[in-house]
Design a protein around this ligand. Structure first.
Ligand code: TGC
Ligand code: FAD
Length: 394
């Protein structure tokens, strides 16, 4: 027997053996989150998706699990590595993109904004309770008329003595209707600034967007800010200009690079399993060449995308990751995850259109993931600018 034949056949669900590239601590994070998803999410997610709900209590469960702001240091946060955080996103999204979305918005957008741009007092006041899931945060950048181009936002904050008066409308805000506080980005005489707006503030209201056919296990809301009077210390002192919210987006986009591969892996696993048991023409459909071609394509892209996420994670931990490289990950992995989900859906035939299997739920969710945190077109143009030196936005 040759040396190469003694090497065991690779695991169909981890064909490149990427688990072996992880540290013991990273594997522990992955296993802990995967167990949580198997125990607390998978048995209930189809019902949440069908009913269009995400139970508020889940916030405290995720807090107890330690995944909310897990890559931040201090203030009750775990100080985990970027790779560990990415693995948590991957396993959460293997459950459902809505659950990963909740964790992303809480940790990488709302908490990160306070952590990176807030005063010591703001950090002490909000971060420990947000890490525990006792306080829910949301992140308001997008407006009804300004999505890809947030620089043109109309929401405005003006000085009123030492206070601020904030008015405007934010749209498509994840967790908006269940949030205790919102990070709101607004124009001021001093350019774009960020504010912590507690939802009990008079003039703050949220209306949930119903009838979504994607990310149904996630609360998505319109926020109306009608002359909200905010104290001076609601301003995030260190954020100036659009680079403030964009710095937060770098964090969340990084998590999505991993998360998308979780959804993709779940679809591939469902299609592989189904293909081995579904018999047509007297044979399992996994024996047909066309089915094998689909499964192999899925395996290629899941493994390549996960390898890419791991590579970017190692770069992030080394402090060498550029935002355009995050765009590379977000663009590639969400696009490929969606292609995998669509292909997996076809392997399941008619069963692929029901919530009895996870595939169409992931497929519909990934349509939102393709759009939020920068559309695939926006990330293409960010990469185009990075490699040509010419901006297509101006
Ligand atoms: P541009 O002139 O290029 O830049 C303005 C300033 O920002 C700086 N910058 C960045 N800083 C940090 N990180 C980045 N990735 C940055 N990219 C740019 C830049 O250096 C400049 O700084 P300064 O100091 O010179 O002022 O800005 P632009 O207006 O041309 O826009 C660029 C563009 C189109 C790429 C940007 O606007 C963009 O990314 N648009 C997409 C908007 C988006 O992603 N929205 C997401 C909303 S949040 C969301 O979707 C949450 S979903 C969460 C969930 O449920 O999981
Ligand atoms: P538009 O910007 O109007 O784009 C429409 C189309 O035009 C897209 O295909 C786009 O790529 C294309 N396009 C735009 N500009 C260009 C260009 N220069 N060149 C080529 N094509 C272009 N936002 C938040 O602030 N906080 C949140 O928590 C949040 N959560 C979300 C949750 C969900 C479920 C969804 C669906 C969205 C969420 N968003 C959130 C909003 C999201 O970030 C925006 O939808 C996204 O940035 C795109 O904006 P838009 O929908 O207004 O599309």
């Amino acid at each position: 027997m040759t040396e190469s034949m003694r090497v065991p056949l690779p695991d169909a669900l981890d064909f490149l053996g990427l688990d072996a590239q992880l540290t013991d601590e990273e594997r522990l994070v992955r296993r802990t989150v995967a167990d949580f998803v198997a125990d607390r999410i998978l048995p209930r997610i189809a019902t949440w998706f069908e009913e269009g709900i995400l139970p508020r209590e889940l916030a405290q469960e995720l807090g107890a699990l330690g995944v909310l702001g897990m890559h931040l240091h201090g203030y009750g946060c775990a100080g985990a590595s970027a790779v560990a955080y990415g693995l948590a996103c991957l396993e959460l999204e293997a459950g459902d993109s809505g659950v990963r979305s909740f964790a992303s918005v809480q940790g990488s957008l709302a908490m990160f904004a306070i952590y990176r741009f807030g005063s010591d007092e703001q950090k002490e006041r909000y971060l420990p309770r947000m890490a525990a899931g006792e306080l829910i945060g949301c992140f308001g950048l997008t407006e009804p008329d300004f999505g890809s181009d947030p620089s043109a936002m109309r929401t405005r904050a003006r000085r009123a003595g030492s206070d601020w008066l904030l008015s405007g409308t934010k749209m498509w805000i994840t967790s908006g209707g269940i949030a205790d506080l919102a990070i709101i980005w607004a124009q001021t005489d001093d350019g774009i600034r960020g504010f912590i707006v507690e939802s009990a503030t008079p003039g703050f209201s949220a209306r949930n967007i119903e009838k979504k056919l994607s990310l149904r296990a996630s609360v998505t809301s319109e926020l109306v800010l009608d002359e909200c009077r905010l104290p001076a210390d609601a301003l995030l002192p260190e954020a100036r200009g659009l680079s403030g919210p964009l710095a937060c987006l770098n964090e969340a986009r990084f998590g999505i690079t991993w998360g998308a591969m979780g959804a993709a892996r779940a679809c591939y696993a469902a299609a592989l399993e189904y293909s081995k048991t579904r018999v047509q023409f007297g044979r399992p459909i996994s024996s047909f060449q066309l089915t094998q071609a689909k499964l192999v394509e899925m395996a290629l892209e899941v493994n390549k995308g996960t390898l890419l996420a791991l590579h970017l994670g190692r770069m992030k931990d080394a402090g060498t990751l550029h935002p355009s490289q995050v765009s590379f990950g977000k663009l590639n992995n969400v696009r490929e995850a969606l292609a995998i989900a669509r292909s997996a859906r076809s392997v399941l035939g008619a069963n692929g259109v029901t919530l009895e299997y996870p595939v169409i739920r992931h497929m519909n969710n990934l349509e939102s993931v393709l759009t939020y945190e920068g559309t695939s077109e926006v990330h293409t143009l960010i990469l185009g600018q990075a490699i040509t030196g010419s901006s297509a936005f101006v």
